[in-house]
Design a protein around this ligand. Structure first.
Ligand code: 5CA
Length: 435
């Protein structure tokens, strides 16, 4: 994308309404624009980052055996009356009436809709297990929308729903998602720690939140250093295997949110291993048995001919929140430092002297070779402006092309994450960026 033609509206001033760094940087880098309280439009840079995050989530869901669908945002109130949640959900639910005065709502989550869809299809134990997920906008009329996309009212969520014949089967599905989540967040360069959690309005008796440590996090958490030292990508799970041991390696260490904290168990931990910090919840998984299948009359026939209600779980990831969380974890005073895997663009080509024939020609060649994954700063601005914007937008690589270098067929290659700079040939720069 050529910056001279791009819609990447960066801001010089720090927006006063933004209290945390990710929100400030997302506004300053022109990633998002608020259109109403807690509701955001995603501009090109933000939209690309969101899609990168979404794609990693998708790949890891698919790998774990879940199947993607797309359910609507608008749901019927009747379905929620069947589960008994319509009245219980309270003022967070945006309730709507259509022209026939039928009660509708903008979905805050999808247990009811997916149970209804599955009910029409599932007849026997052969239709189980299944795991269906979608990546769709949700609306929750939060009392205090804040921190930009971190706590929005409209936000993008990945939500998966598993259906199993037995409790043991449901536990296996739960473990598949547990391990898939560890991989998902690790691929984004995040260390997300699974912690035993409260189940809230989703319900059920087994639940983990996945939390990344950050000063600006909304939850207080207590974790053993041992967990922070573990590497989720060290072993790729075989999702068909017995997963209890793999999950057990994570759940055997102390990790809890405020609500689940046990001071007695905490005190037993070696003092040097106790980490108490703030955290951001990026995912939340639940096992809730027949909480929805029973009242909504979802049944299948078991092998022995008896009728059973499938055992269910649901598994959420805050896709739009993750974009903010990744920035909280990766930035400096100058701006964002995107991890490679989620960077909206891999590289920026900075032309320090537009109109200089050698500069223009070399920039053009490099930009063409990088294709869609690069931005080309071909604006008629001062070099200082280009440096500042490239640092702000946080592209992992900057290829800096000045007139003296261009004449000698040399460029400067800067790695945003570390700040390292090297003078190299254009070929070497391309090889590094593509590698
Ligand atoms: N149905 C279940 C699991 S699919 C569910 O709704 N779980 S949840 O309520 O925990 O939400 C899942 C994830 O969505 C959370 O872990 C969080 O990362 C994200 N999320 C929740 N509320 C918001 C919000 N207001 N703004 C941005 N992300 C949010």
């Amino acid at each position: 994308m050529r910056l001279s033609r791009a819609f990447l509206p960066t801001l010089k001033e720090t927006p006063a309404e933004a209290q945390i760094v990710s929100h400030r940087l997302m506004l300053r880098a022109g990633m998002i624009r608020q259109t109403a309280a807690g509701i955001y439009a995603w501009l090109p840079l933000g939209w690309r980052a969101l899609q990168k995050v979404e794609q990693i989530v998708r790949e890891e869901q698919d790998r774990a055996g879940a199947q993607e669908i797309l359910m609507p945002t608008i749901q019927s109130a009747d379905l929620w009356r069947q589960s008994g949640r319509y009245d219980a959900y309270g003022p967070e639910m945006l309730r709507i009436r259509d022209r026939h005065d039928r009660e509708m709502l903008f979905g805050p989550t999808n247990e009811e809709v997916v149970t209804e869809i599955f009910r029409q299809f599932a007849k026997s134990y052969r239709d189980l297990p299944r795991n269906l997920y979608h990546i769709q906008w949700k609306f929750r009329d939060e009392v205090r929308p804040r921190f930009g996309v971190m706590r929005g009212r409209e936000f993008l969520m990945k939500d998966a729903y598993s259906f199993d014949l037995t409790k043991e089967g449901a536990e296996h599905s739960y473990r598949q998602m547990f391990l898939a989540y560890l991989r998902t967040f690790a691929r984004m360069g995040l260390k997300a720690i699974p912690m035993r959690a409260d189940t809230g309005p989703i319900g059920g008796d087994l639940s983990h939140e996945f939390i990344i440590l950050a000063e600006t996090g909304e939850s207080q958490v207590f974790v053993s250093q041992d967990l922070l030292d573990m590497d989720p990508l060290a072993e790729a799970p075989d999702y068909d295997a017995d997963l209890a041991a793999a999950v057990g390696r994570w759940t055997s260490h102390y990790a809890a949110t405020d609500e689940m904290h046990d001071p007695v168990a905490w005190e037993k931990l070696e003092a040097s291993k106790r980490v108490s910090a703030r955290g951001i919840e990026v995912g939340h998984i639940f096992y809730f048995g027949t909480k929805y299948s029973k009242p909504m009359e979802l049944t299948v026939q078991a092998a022995d001919g008896s009728t059973v209600h499938p055992e269910m779980g649901s598994y959420g990831i805050g896709v739009s929140r993750l974009v903010g969380a990744i920035i909280e974890a990766n930035h400096d005073e100058a701006g964002i430092k995107w991890p490679d895997a989620v960077a909206p663009f891999r590289a920026a080509v900075l032309n320090l002297k537009n109109g200089d024939a050698a500069c223009d020609a070399l920039c053009d060649t490099i930009y063409r070779a990088l294709g869609d994954e690069a931005v080309y700063d071909d604006r008629a601005d001062r070099a200082g402006v280009k440096f500042a914007d490239a640092d702000l937008m946080g592209h992992p690589w900057q290829v800096i092309v000045g007139p003296r270098g261009a004449a000698a067929n040399r460029v400067e290659l800067k790695r945003r994450m570390t700040g390292e700079r090297h003078e190299v040939s254009p070929e070497d720069a391309l090889a590094k960026i593509k590698g």
